[in-house]
Ligand binder design. Structure first.
Ligand SMILES: C[S@@+](CC[C@H](N)C(=O)[O-])C[C@H]1O[C@@H](n2cnc3c(N)ncnc32)[C@H](O)[C@@H]1O
Length: 214
């Protein structure tokens, strides 16, 4: 029997608004990429590439793509309403440096992103899985760092933000224990939707960034 893969997300689809659903139908072809086509989509690699896993509704990723037209962005998310919402944003702002994948980011990184192709790998407020019995669902662990080290180019950066202090500590311990990475200054980023909610509740945000050594 094939062991069931532990997932870092639960697909609570929620309702798609008619606009999100229409956007998925109309704009997927132009801005969506199937995981198996990522390696072949050569224009993705024509400028430094930022990959974000778990962009949620995607507003902060869109803001970054608009702010940095000289970079390319690839957003990966499992949540369909968020994918529909971001596709709409890409179309409405007429930008050409952001593409979207709807799939499990872990599998996409492991199986479809070419080695040494990513300048920044970012994960902002990945589900914290606060209960101890659910910690195994947390995305960042030593196995994830193997995957990150493979897709990042030399001196590429893994950038993680979380408002869960205990998760931040776990992430730092994990990165500090890995000789391939060295702590660095977090790159600029946009404020995310999830973060805005946390900040209102008084949560402290940790931005953690490590560079892949030569
Ligand atoms: C707490 S939300 C944060 C969303 C967004 N980054 C923000 O800060 O507003 C975490 C998001 O990560 C997504 N996610 C978790 N694991 C994922 C995976 N393996 N692949 C793709 N998306 C994932 C979830 O669907 C969810 O939208």
């Amino acid at each position: 029997m094939i062991p069931k893969q532990i997932r870092s997300y639960v697909l609570r689809e929620g309702r798609m608004t008619p606009a999100q659903s229409r956007s998925l139908d109309i704009h997927w072809e132009a801005f969506g990429i199937a995981p198996e086509d990522i390696g072949e989509t050569k224009d993705l690699y024509s400028s430094p590439l930022t990959v974000e896993v778990g962009f949620g509704m995607g507003d902060s990723l869109l803001e970054m793509a608009i702010s940095y037209p000289e970079r390319n962005f690839l957003g990966i998310e499992v949540h369909r309403p968020g994918v529909g919402h971001l596709l709409m944003g890409i179309h409405d702002n007429a930008i050409s440096n952001l593409r979207v994948v709807r799939a499990d980011g872990l599998s996409v990184l492991k199986e479809h992103i070419p080695a040494s192709s990513v300048a920044i790998l970012q994960l902002f407020f990945p589900d914290p899985w606060p209960k101890k019995k659910h910690h195994k669902r947390r995305l960042i662990n030593p196995a994830f760092l193997d995957i990150a080290a493979n897709v990042l180019r030399v001196e590429g950066i893994i950038h993680i933000a979380t408002d869960w202090a205990n998760y931040a500590e776990e992430i730092r311990d994990c990165l500090n224990g890995d000789q391939r990475f060295a702590e660095t200054t977090p790159p600029n980023r946009a404020l995310t939707k999830y973060e805005k909610r946390g900040v209102k509740l008084g949560h402290e945000v940790a931005d953690i960034a490590y560079r892949l050594n030569k």
